[in-house]
Design a protein around this ligand. Sequence first.
Ligand code: SF4
Length: 257
Amino acid sequence: MTVLNVSSIQRFSTGDGPGIRTTVFLKGCNLRCPWCHNPESISKKTETLIYPGTHRAVTYGKTMSLEELFDDVIEDIDFYRESGGGVTVSGGEPLLQPVGVGELARRLRSVGISTLVDTAGCVPWENFLCVADHVDTFYYDVKTADGALYENVVRGDKALVFGNLGRLVEAGKDVAVRIPLIPGFNMSGADHEKIYGELKKTGARRVDLLPFHRLGSSKYEAMGLTYGYKDTPPPEEAKIEKIKKIYEDGFIVRIEK
Ligand code: SF4
């Protein structure tokens, strides 16, 4: 029986792809971005967060069979159809559970529901092969083009991330590259000239810029962790626009608000 380790399920989500969607957040991530907005999805273990002040307790992490998950997300099929929406699988890193994600996407597609997978791409290419035929769109996170930063800060592998991206584009998949704009990490023009150059080699065409925000702060508090970005303000509008201009002559660029 195929099972998935689900962190949480968000219904009527409008920020994780087109139309009205259900976003399934899977638990477990192999990267360690210090600004992560979903810290509760990094560990594979089930965790209960107690939000200070409210004493609200929320448990993240539940093993669900494929059938259970399919039956759950299919409930909103009318909304997906009306709005051009569908189901997004995010995380964590969803492609650490490639068999379950591929099977879920295959079943959803067989009843006409579109699927989107949000990945940071730092997994073996074989994991993409499990899902690629069944997924309509990939959101593909690129954090930097600096190999040392990938390795030392994010704990990823630049060559693997850009290599998989190139193969995915070459395979004709619909891919939107998603770049978080993180103060102190990748906000200079030189950072983005370098990413631009690497992206051009992959053949990607769409770039979404995601300015840093602090909406994940309360989760860190609820986990008893110190959030290194607690006092970091979001990047200034002018800086975001400057970065957007770098990508504009080579890509279709969007700033996610
Ligand atoms: S890849 Fe995503 S989920 Fe994983 S640590 Fe980075 S921001 Fe968090």
